[in-house]
Design a protein around this ligand. Sequence first.
Ligand code: CO
Length: 301
Amino acid sequence: MDSDYDYSAIKEAGHISYEALKYAKGVVKEGASVLEAAERIEKFIMEKGALMAFPVNISINKNAAHYTPKFGDTLRFSEGDVVKIDVGARKREYLGDCAETVDLSGEWAGLVEACEEALEAAISLVKAGREVRDIGREIENIAKKRGIAPIKNLGGHGVERDDLHASVFIPNFDNGDSTRLEEGQVIAIEPFMTNGSGYVSDGEDVEIFQKNGNANSRLADTREISAFIDESYSTYPFATRWLVDKFGAASEFKVRRALNDFARLGILESFPVLVERKGGMVAQAEKEMVVQKDSCEVITA
Ligand code: CO
């Protein structure tokens, strides 16, 4: 880790993310608007003096991750929904990342508890020198014990300055990777569990994007939207609705056209909703931590 790494900034980002997650659990209620919930959670983070590391993800049932409401989204939480909230605050280039599952019916407690138990067991293994496959094996064993599957093509990750999904990958099963954790490294561990296939695929909805590069479009609207993204979100992920909020309800067409332009120019990364392949129910838990010599310090606390 670089010598000028600011651990107090990452801890602050982690703490605000955790506070936002606690707050979020209170806004997820049967009948409530998912869009309003997202807006309230994001406002909470900004009122704490942080920015968004990424748009809040509110992924329901078979959607494992990357659902954030569209502009004017009419979706409401329904009876029986299993709601994953994945939230991250940003302090300068330091990124928080944590998640929990709200089970509105209580019928999926086994799935939710499996994620939480696996996360705590995984955290107890974290220390400098630990091979990442050991963590994955622990998560997988806890899933198996309960007769469910870990999601194998999702996992934890290193968190570097400016980069939420850096270098090290922390699997949710024993993938044979003997990469060792390093002292001072910041990582997030995120077991996902399902009664389905154990794999996710890209769905059709995409509302989260990231722009990496300049848009020399001939369209003034596109250039204006590009400049706003550079100034407000830099190369961090943003939501389509944030742009429509900024440019007005009538701008949705221009915003979509600008995104198409960026994609055509090869400067747009998109994050489609990730859907359980067999439509299985999905739960998730995630915490972020600093690896220490003999243990770790959870910072989303
Ligand atoms: Co994460």
